[in-house]
Structures are given as C-alpha cells and as structure tokens.
Design a binder for this molecule. Structure first.
Ligand code: GLY
Length: 581
C-alpha cells in the first residue's frame, strides 16, 4: 500500500533525536521499517499530513512564504476531499499555535457544540437505557454544530498572511478535476457500505449504483468545490448564518433519524481561546489542549506519574511497559470521572497535574506486578469541586486526523481534526460529511443516582481525547505531534513522547514503534509486531492481553539535533506524508 503513496521524497536513514543514542534498544524496537516511513530530513519548513496531496498543498503554501496557519487551511481543505472519512468542514478540531514573535502558545477550541434543544437523554431509550452505539451515530441525532469552518477563518485572521481565497485553489482543482481514491479510503468505504447506503445523498457519492468506491477510481466532488468557493469568497459566515447553514439544518432535521440542530445553534457558534496546558517532563515542557479535551490532561498525568519514579528501563524490558500501562490506566480512571467541558462542570485540572497528587498516584505503582483493578480508581485531586460524579460511559472508536506544521518564520502548528467516527454521522451536505461528535458525550447521564460530568447539555462541547502537542525546550519548539485514534490517541501520544524523550528515538523510529497500550486494564498489543512477544511476560505480571491492529496516525516533526532544521515522519500505518524543504 505504501508503495503507491511513498516515493515523492527520499527515504533517509533514521536519525536519532535527543541526548542519547539507543544502543540498548533491540532492532525491532529501536529501528523503524525505515523504507516504509515517510520521513524528510533537515528542512527549514515542514508539513506532515494524512495524505500526500494534502501535504503537498501545505508544502506549496510554505514554499511561497505562507505561515503554518496558511498551510493548515490548504491542508485541511484537501483532507476534507481525499480523506473525507476523518475530518472536514462538517467537523471540529483543536489547534495549538506556537508564535515565534512572542514565544507564546495559543490553543483554539473549534469543538462542536450540542444543540440548544439537546437534553441529557439524547442517546437514551424512553426507559432511560443507553442506545446502541451505531444507532446513535448514524443520522441526524449525533450531529453537533461544526467548528472547523470557523476555526480555519479564525486561525487565518490571527496568523495568516497568504491570500485567503488562494489557499482553497488546490482543493478546488482536485475536487473539480478528480483525485484517485486511496486504498485506505476504498477499504473504509467497503467496510461501511451498509451504513453509508442508509443516507441517500451519501450513498450516491460513496456507494454509486450500490458499488463501494474502488481504490484508484477517479472521484470528483463538484459540490465540495462549490462549498470551498463560497468559503473562499465569503469566509465562514454562510456556514453559520447563510445558505450552507440552512442546508445543514435541513439535512440534519431531514435525516433518518432526525437531529435537533436549529438555525440558532449555528448562529451562536464561537471558536474559543483556551489556556494551554503545559507540564515539565525530562527537561522539556509538554504543551497541549485542555478541556473539553482530555488529551493534554491525560498525557500530562501519564508522563507526570512516570516522572515520579526512577528512569524507565529500555523498551525491551517488560517493566517499562508495565509502568507506562499502569500510569495510563490511572490517568484514564481520572479522565472518566472528572473531565468534561469546563464551561459546564468544574474540572480539577490543576489538582490533577500537581506533583504531590501525581506522586501519590505513582505510589500505587510501586512493585513489579500489574495494579489490581481495585487499585485503579479515580483519585481525589485538589481543586476538586465536585466529589460526587459517576464515571463517564462514552465509547470512542478510532477515527480523526492530525496535522503538524512548522513554517519558515519559526511558528509551529499542531492540529487534530475530526468528524468523530469514520464517515461521521453519514449525513452529507454540499459535498462533505457532518460529524457525529455528540456521541463523544456519555450516553448515560447518571449512574446509581450520581451525575456524570460528560453528560449531554445544551450548548456543551463533548469531551475529546484529541491531543495536539507542542514540546518546548528552553522556550522553543522541538517536537510537534499528535495522532488520530479515539481514546487511544492518549497512549499513542504519551508513548511516542517517551520513545523520543526517554529512549532517544528519532521521529521515524518513534512513529513506527510497536504499540502497547493499557487504558482500562487489558493490555492491547499491536498485531504483527514485536509487541506480540510481550504477551507472555505481561500475562506473567497479571495482565490480560489482547492482540489486534492498533491504527495510529502519528505525525511528528522534530528539531534536528544541531537545532538548525526539522525532521518529519508520518506513521507507516496510514497514507500520510512528511514534506519539507
Ligand atoms: N472524536 C474523537 C475525539 O474527539 O477524541
């Protein structure tokens, strides 16, 4: 599969990033299948995105002197066409921006909102029991107000300098002339054909004449081109108060089942400027997106808990994975109880990252065996204003896309973008899919008489796992990364940071490292990799293990060891590409 998509750039031997080489690392852990990893070396600007055409559009903008924000707009516009199952104008995103002039990080929240008519029982049957996941996902009920059009315009207004309309030209040309359906998109359509076929407009595009799109087929999307032309000409306004807003409402209310979105929901939508969450780790500052995302909090808790103990052994040692897995389980327990939209519930974010609290959590991990389930309960962080929440019961399946960019001016951008489930709600409007982000809320609103923090409420933003990350050293960015993957995003990102900051791996090695994750007790090991050999040692420590595909899409940019340029790497598990010059 990669052969089709790789090849624009030389694939170079893996460099090491960080202070030390990794002699202690066995080949299967320390060396990525380099020929399979799209990596570019020592460039002055760089973009890593989930499809070569999207990366190319971004790299062209950077080559013409555009900023990382300009490039992001071009990348997102192309991704909405060639990777429509993962993100687009019908979805939402979180964006981190490092501003070279001020040295500041800004985080923008372009997350979807629940309609004003939504109630905590949105995903419940009349008797209060939760709906089945796909019964809730497919159709209008799951659609929140899209944030991506507003986020693109806001990012460009703040940090763009290229002509706005010109940023959409590559995507418009591809939509009008056609692009080649990628193997990954074709496989996703084939898997989802029945659900796609349940919505008539969607069926016509993805399953024409009852046949799922085939890999290599030339696909045009004139409706999407027209939407982009409107966005190019008039900005995001038509999406929130104009003709497109009317069509979105009509599609959601006319879908089967119908949703609650109304014109006022779109008209009052705003991108929010949130405070970045940063914490120290191994001499670096790890910065990410706070609530309504659980990403930076959970990644921060995992790393902060690990930092309380001795140095991690090398990745060949099962004890390294035991500690990483148990730190992750502890973070997921807190996430399930406390994290939701902080405009609606008090999230004890400060207390959850306090060193004393993390030290107490790390104390639970002392000893060589797996933590027993009763030890992995939510803690009681300070600044906790509500001790009485029940644990969240949202289900997040892998989806989403991540964009990492650095520009020639020293700015850095890390953005994770989504329509939630693959193909979102399956409802299509004007050439793009609408999200099903509302199913990131807990389907249950209460458990045993206690409220759940991440319950649905009007205007509220569903909790996310997206973890766009920028790592600083002495105030300047050295790593820009993130991944898709539902709630697995959190350990994908945390483990990649450990690979680079503890084990000294370079970006290509780090993104290709076999995955071993533990969110809820069972260790998930990546099928067909060296991770499988860890099954017996982990079982001996008391873990249940499950072997299967773990489809991350890690996109990493790292500063070269001499500090003069950038290295970029795209996850070999998907179709992404790193491009720079
Ligand atoms: N819907 C994926 C996420 O927000 O984490």
């Amino acid at each position: 599969m990669r052969g089709l998509w790789a090849g624009l750039l030389a694939l170079l031997a893996t460099p090491l990033w960080g202070q030390q080489a990794t002699d202690a690392v066995a080949p299967e852990w320390g060396q990525a299948p380099v020929a399979d990893v799209a990596q570019v070396q020592a460039a002055q600007y760089m973009v890593v995105a989930a499809h070569p055409l999207a990366a190319q559009a971004g790299a062209d903008v950077l080559a013409q002197g555009g900023t990382a924000a300009d490039a992001m707009v071009a990348v997102q516009a192309v991704l909405g066409l060639v990777e429509p199952q993962s993100s687009g104008l019908g979805g939402g995103a979180f964006l981190l921006w490092f501003d070279a002039a001020s040295g500041q990080i800004t985080t923008l929240d372009g997350r979807e909102t629940a309609p004003l008519a939504a109630t905590p029982r949105l995903f419940q049957h009349p008797d209060g029991t939760p709906m089945g996941f796909f019964d809730a996902v497919v159709g209008g009920r799951s659609v929140g107000v899209p944030g991506t059009p507003a986020l693109l315009t806001e990012a460009h207004r703040r940090w763009g300098q290229a002509d706005w309309a010109g940023l959409f030209q590559p995507a418009i040309a591809l939509a009008e002339d056609g692009f080649s359906v990628s193997p990954r998109l074709a496989a996703a359509v084939a898997r989802d054909a029945a659900r796609l076929a349940s919505q008539p407009g969607t069926a016509r595009y993805f399953v024409p004449d009852g046949q799922p799109l085939a890999a290599g087929a030339r696909l045009k999307n004139p409706d999407y081109a027209a939407s982009l032309r409107l966005l190019a000409r008039e900005g995001a306004a038509p999406f929130y108060t104009g003709t497109i807003a009317r069509d979105i409402v009509a599609a959601v209310q006319g879908a089967s089942p119908a949703g609650l979105l109304a014109p006022l929901d779109l008209a009052i939508y705003r991108v929010k400027d949130r405070s970045p969450l940063c914490l120290p780790y191994r001499g670096h500052e790890i910065c990410g997106m706070g609530p309504p995302s659980s990403g930076a909090l959970a990644v921060g808790q995992i790393l902060g808990t690990l930092a309380q103990g001795p140095a991690l052994p090398p990745p060949t040692d099962v004890q390294a994975w035991r500690r990483m897995g148990d730190a992750s389980r502890l973070a997921f327990a807190d996430r399930g109880r406390y994290v939701a939209d902080s405009d609606f519930v008090p999230v004890p974010a400060q207390g959850m990252l306090e060193p004393a609290y993390l030290q107490a959590r790390a104390g639970l991990m002392v000893g060589p065996q797996a933590l027993a389930p009763e030890q992995v309960q939510p803690g009681q962080p300070r600044f906790q204003h509500s001790l009485n929440w029940a644990d969240d019961q949202a289900l997040e399946l892998p989806s989403t896309t991540h964009i990492s960019i650095v520009d020639g001016y020293g700015n850095a951008l890390s953005m994770t973008s989504t329509i939630e489930n693959g193909f979102g709600s399956r409802v299509m409007v004007r050439g793009y899919l609408l999200n099903n982000e509302l199913t990131d809320f807990s389907f249950r609103s209460h458990q045993d008489g206690r409220a759940i923090a991440n319950a649905v409420a009007p205007g509220k933003r569903p909790r996310s796992s997206m973890a766009p990350t920028i790592v600083l050293r002495q105030g300047v960015p050295v790593l820009i990364l993130g991944s898709p993957g539902g709630s697995r995003i959190i350990p994908f990102v945390a483990n990649t940071l450990v690979a680079m900051l503890d084990w000294g791996m370079g970006p290509a090695q780090a993104v290709a490292m076999p995955h071993m994750l533990n969110r809820f007790g069972t260790f998930e090991l990546e099928q067909g990799t060296a991770a499988e050999a860890m099954a017996a040692p982990l079982q001996a420590l008391g873990y249940e293990v499950k072997i299967g595909p773990l489809n991350s899409g890690l996109h990493v940019i790292s500063r070269t060891p001499d500090g003069t340029g950038w290295l970029g790497a795209a996850d070999p598990r998907r179709e992404g590409q790193a491009m720079g010059r």
